[in-house]
Design a protein around this ligand. Structure first.
Ligand code: FPP
Length: 230
């Protein structure tokens, strides 16, 4: 079971309280902690969180540096607890534009939790699905026959994913917008989509549970006929 979440709405959540945007991102960090814990308890195998898109560099430097500091704090403070709960941390996306302290925090979090065998937590930082697909296509040059599985493995390599993740089963986006914003475009071919009006800092374990319940009631056909008709 692979759940992916576009965590949107931190800025509006903060603005509604008259607070700076970074206060929304900090509250978003708490929602990340709740969601990781809930996902583990709800038998999710892979959780991919969209934390920072490559297009987010277009935001003011104050916000991007604050966000990157927040990721670093998270990656420094969470690994021991994650390991204890069986959560394996993996940061996907580009690393060449991140500062050395953040890259070192990523590598250390991945090393510390490498042996965890429960939830595989993938956090997307400086991530663009289109760039990852392009980079995988470059690596695929001259490789024949190119299967979906093989391309999936190249895509994983291109984005620092520790192996190919299964296709996304359930994609959730908070914050009321209904778009994919360059997130996991290849992996979401048959994902069930959930768009919630709630802002990300308000996201609770019960919301994840409700999405999973609804997901289980949907009929997934992958282009075939429903079982009864077939
Ligand atoms: C989108 O909301 C959210 C982001 C660009 C950042 C997501 C970051 C976090 C949830 C912080 C903590 C993450 C980790 C992994 C510790 P927005 O700012 O675009 O909201 P808006 O649409 O209301 O402006």
């Amino acid at each position: 079971m692979h759940v992916a979440i576009i965590m949107d709405g931190n800025g509006r959540w903060a603005a509604a309280r008259g607070w700076p945007r970074l206060a929304g991102h900090r509250a978003g960090g708490e929602a990340v902690r709740r969601s990781v814990e809930a996902a583990g308890a709800l038998d999710v195998d892979v959780l991919t969180l969209y934390a920072f898109s490559s297009d987010n560099w277009r935001r003011p430097a104050e916000e991007t540096s604050g966000l990157l500091r927040l990721f670093e704090q998270y990656l420094r403070s969470e690994p021991a607890k994650c390991l204890e709960k069986g959560v394996r941390i993996n940061v996907i996306g580009r690393r060449d534009r991140l500062g050395a302290p953040l890259v070192s925090a990523i590598e250390s979090a991945e090393r510390i939790t490498a042996a965890a065998r429960g939830l595989w937590l993938r956090v997307a930082v400086d991530y663009s699905s289109r760039d990852a697909i392009l980079s995988a296509a470059e690596r695929a040059r001259g490789l024949a026959p190119l299967t979906r599985e093989r391309f999936g493995a190249l895509l994983a390599q291109a984005s620092h994913s520790q192996g190919s993740a299964p296709e996304v089963d359930l994609l959730i986006r908070t914050g009321g917008e209904q778009r994919l914003s360059d997130f996991l475009l290849w992996e979401c071919a048959y994902a069930e989509l959930f768009f919630l009006d709630k802002m990300w800092p308000d996201f609770e374990a019960a919301d994840l549970e409700a999405c999973l319940k609804d997901f289980r009631s949907r009929s997934r056909r992958f282009g075939a006929l429903p079982v009864a008709a077939a």
